[in-house]
Design a binder for this molecule. Structure first.
Ligand code: SAH
Length: 289
């Protein structure tokens, strides 16, 4: 990956090289191919927002290099102290859903880095999960509907379910059946288990580019893999007043925030630069192409 990518700033390049070294040293694995490094976010050039500027970059870098976190609560407290988690509801849900239940055995669960989960996929880094929860918080109120495309480990789907509660609906869509199976097993061990049992939370095998019409329209849509363009089906399934967070791009990707106004007009803005696995066909993903 480092030889393939160019970076939008020297800080971003240093950040990436630092984080890659960290992943290698922590997991003792050989570096995964470029397409399996998901959600390695490169925070850069957004001085108007202290959360996404080099301000955060330098603070997060200190956080990462000093990371010896062994408890879920300590991870949440770190993310709060660095300003990534800003609301009580996001802190609460990330405390209740223990990330350790969702990472493969032998993987350090609380290190702020994406980790391989097999099938050329990764679980996103804690700060990326927190960022997406913050961006979607207002659209994850009790009773609302949330869709998690590329649900992978099921971590965010479980968080969404806890936030929308038993009167709401959280739906995960993932195209690797084995990941759907293991995500359901993880959710069963988590605080979201009752919601799965009652049917307020469900995870489905499917092509996420088509959304999941059964429970549309959605107040919140999260896409955990990078699309070359925003799939129309997802915009169609967004409720008026709804919000979607989706990484868009190929090598250079931006996390886009898509809002559907009450008159059904759509606005799109860029939150930050990111690095996710592609939103693609199952075959292409398994081939690693
Ligand atoms: N949010 C997840 C991210 C997993 S990585 C987590 O943190 O656990 C992205 C996921 O998107 C992978 O599991 C991959 O299999 C899935 N994916 C990629 N393209 C897809 C598609 N077209 N439909 C459904 N899932 C897809």
């Amino acid at each position: 990956m480092p030889t393939l990518l160019q970076y939008s700033s020297p800080a971003a390049a240093a950040f990436s090289s630092h984080s890659l070294q960290l992943i290698r040293s922590i997991t003792s694995i050989s570096p995964p191919p470029p397409c399996s490094l998901a959600a390695l976010s490169l925070f850069c050039r957004r001085p108007s927002n202290p959360l996404t500027g080099n301000f955060l970059f330098s603070r997060m870098e200190r956080f990462w290099s000093g990371s010896g976190i062994t408890r879920n609560k300590a991870m949440v407290e770190q993310l709060q102290s660095y300003g990534v988690i800003r609301s009580k509801r996001v802190a609460e849900v990330m405390e209740k859903i223990d990330r350790a239940l969702f990472v493969p055995e032998g993987t350090p669960p609380y290190v702020d880095s994406p980790m391989p989960i097999g099938y050329n996929a990764t679980i996103s880094a804690p700060h990326m999960h927190a960022t997406c929860l913050q961006l979607l918080e207002e659209n994850l109120r009790p009773g609302m509907h949330a869709l998690d495309i590329g649900s992978g480990t099921g971590y965010l789907t479980a968080c969404f379910a806890m936030m929308v509660g038993p009167q709401g609906r959280a739906v995960g869509v993932e195209h690797i059946p084995e990941l759907v199976e293991s995500s359901v097993e993880s959710i069963r061990k988590s605080a979201a288990a009752p919601l799965l049992k009652e049917g307020a939370l469900s995870v489905h095998v499917g092509d996420g580019r088509l959304g999941w019409p059964e429970f549309a329209p959605y107040d919140a849509i999260h896409v955990g893999a990078a699309a070359s363009e925003i799939p129309k089906a997802l915009i169609d399934q967004l409720k008026p007043g709804g919000r979607m967070v989706i990484p868009v791009g190929n090598i250079f990707q931006d996390l886009k925030v898509v809002e559907k106004k009450m008159d059904c007009s759509v606005s799109i803005r860029t939150e930050t630069s990111v690095r996710y696995v592609p939103l693609t066909s199952r075959d292409a993903q398994l081939r690693g192409s």
